[in-house]
Design a protein around this ligand. Structure first.
Ligand code: URA
Length: 219
C-alpha cells in the first residue's frame, strides 16, 4: 500500500522534491498544487468514459517542467497502468525525448483526455470539451515554456483548428502565450516510419527553442 502510494507520488513529480538539494517555495508549491489537482480530479465522472476506464490517467513528470508533451488519450496499456505513454508508442516517445537529451522525469507527459476511449476510438467533441479544463488546470500550475502536441488530435484541439497536422508541424505556434510545436504522434511513426525525418526536425526545433529560452532566462 505504502509502496503504491509512493510510486504514485513519484509519477506526479514528487521524486523531484526528494532529489532536489534546495527546493524553493515555488517548487514545493507547484508540487502541492499538482497533488491537490490530482486529488480533485482523479475520480472524475464528467463524461461516460469513467464507466469503461480501469484508471484515470492524470499524467506524470516534473510539476516544474519546462516542456509539456500532450498526446491524445490513454490507450490500453495506459488505462491498465494508470500512466501516460507506457505502451509501444510510449517507449518510442521515451527514445524521442532521449534523442534530444531530455528524460521523462524532467518533462511532463499528459493527454487531452484522461480516460481511454473504448477501442481507442477518436475522442468525441463533448469528451474533449468536458476534459479540457483538467488540462488547462495542469498547464496553469506547471506553466511550461513549451508545449509539444503529439499528433493531429492534440494539435488541432489545442490550436482550435482543423488544419491538417502536416501544415501545423515544423513551426512555432502560440497557445495562450505558451509556444507550441506540433509533431507526429509516436504511434503514427510506428505505423509509418518515413514520417520520422519530419518528427526529428520538429524535435530539433523544440530543443533549439528550449535552449534559446534558457539562454534568455540566464543572460
Ligand atoms: N497515445 C496517447 O495519445 N497517449 C497515451 O498516453 C498513450 C498513447
Amino acid at each position: 500500500m505504502a509502496r503504491r502510494y509512493f510510486r504514485q507520488q513519484v509519477r506526479l513529480g514528487f521524486d523531484h522534491v526528494f532529489a532536489s538539494s534546495a527546493p524553493g517555495p515555488l517548487l514545493l508549491s507547484n508540487q502541492k498544487r499538482i497533488q491537490e489537482l490530482y486529488r480533485q480530479i482523479k475520480d472524475c465522472v464528467k463524461c461516460s468514459l469513467h464507466k469503461t476506464r480501469n484508471h484515470f490517467v492524470f499524467g506524470e513528470g516534473n510539476p516544474e517542467a519546462q516542456i509539456m508533451f500532450i498526446g491524445e488519450a490513454p490507450g490500453r496499456d495506459e488505462d491498465l497502468k494508470g500512466r501516460p505513454f507506457v505502451g509501444r508508442a510510449g517507449q518510442l516517445l521515451t527514445r524521442m525525448l532521449a534523442a534530444i537529451h531530455f528524460s521523462r522525469e524532467e518533462v511532463f507527459i499528459g493527454n487531452i483526455l484522461k480516460c481511454r476511449p473504448p477501442q481507442n476510438r477518436d475522442p468525441l467533441p463533448e469528451e474533449i470539451q468536458l476534459c479540457e479544463p483538467h488540462l488547462h488546470a495542469q498547464l496553469a500550475i506547471i506553466r511550461p515554456w513549451l508545449i509539444c502536441a503529439l499528433g493531429r488530435i492534440a494539435a488541432q484541439t489545442l490550436l482550435k483548428t482543423s488544419t491538417p497536422l502536416s501544415r501545423l508541424r515544423g513551426q512555432l505556434h502560440d497557445y495562450q502565450g505558451v509556444k507550441l510545436i506540433a509533431t507526429y504522434h509516436p504511434a503514427a511513426l510506428l505505423r509509418n516510419p518515413q514520417l520520422k525525418r519530419g518528427a526529428w526536425e520538429d524535435l530539433q526545433l523544440l530543443r533549439r527553442e528550449h535552449d534559446r529560452i534558457l539562454s534568455e532566462q540566464t543572460s
